[in-house]
Design a protein around this ligand. Structure first.
Ligand code: ADP
Ligand code: MG
Length: 210
């Protein structure tokens, strides 16, 4: 797809809800290993409520949809991840104030999202957080935009980079969040927030058929 629009954004929510439901147990287990085990249930609840809110929801811009995601995740997900995702989607919404996004638009939304996560949580790449998925994803989308690719290609590149980024958290010690209390015991475990971020970005690509 050269551009993605409101229908894509709505499909992104639906695909995210499906993928979060499918991976609920996995996210619970990851968070149980290096946190408190609530991440899978929290994300599942947030997206279930989002699906209900989608009924009859009227959106003129991609940003309208992302704002609904932001306010819902912010208020319903809880934990550290709720406010972090809320801020990411709120910043992304502001960057998506149009009916269609090309590759540069997709890259701008992802860049705004990662800026939101960093503004809120102050983590850097390598701290074993969701930033390790979001940051390479935004960079990969920007590369596609710079080389003249489509929005769908930007989303596919972002999803692939996010998956690799989530995998890259496994050997790391956590420097932010609950997992940071574990020191070296966090080594060998994938960060749950990085994994859920990779799943959401995979859903974004799938919604574009990419
Ligand atoms: P809690 O520790 O409150 O139970 P969640 O289970 O909701 O938090 O979410 C945990 C995830 O949040 C972590 O796996 C990590 O990806 C992310 N996270 C935690 N703190 C930060 C932070 N300061 N910056 C970025 N991401 C963070
Ligand atoms: Mg938790």
């Amino acid at each position: 797809m050269t551009t993605v629009g409101v229908d894509w954004a709505l499909d992104w929510v639906r695909c995210s809800a499906a993928v979060v439901t499918e991976h609920r147990e996995e996210l619970i287990d990851l968070d149980r290993a290096i946190g408190d085990g609530d991440h899978g249930e929290n994300m599942h609840r947030g997206y279930r409520i989002l699906l209900e809110k989608l009924d009859g929801f009227e959106a003129a811009t991609v940003g309208d949809v992302l704002k609904l995601v932001a306010t819902t995740l912010m208020s319903k997900v809880g934990g550290a991840a709720g406010p972090l995702y809320g801020t990411a989607f709120l910043r992304g919404a502001k960057a998506a104030d149009s009916a269609d996004l090309d590759a540069a638009g997709v890259a701008a939304v992802l860049a705004a999202g990662v800026e939101g996560v960093v503004a809120r949580g102050k983590a850097e790449v390598g701290d074993k957080t969701m930033v390790d998925a979001w940051h390479p994803a935004a960079a990969a989308a920007q590369e596609v935009a710079d080389s003249g690719g489509s929005a769908g290609e930007a989303l596919r590149a972002a999803a692939d980079a996010a998956r690799a980024g989530a995998e890259s958290t496994e050997p790391l010690v956590a420097r932010k969040g609950r997992a940071s209390y574990l020191g070296e015991r966090a080594i060998g475990h994938r960060d749950p927030g990085a994994q859920s971020s990779a799943l959401l970005l995979e859903a974004a690509a799938a919604a574009a058929g990419a």
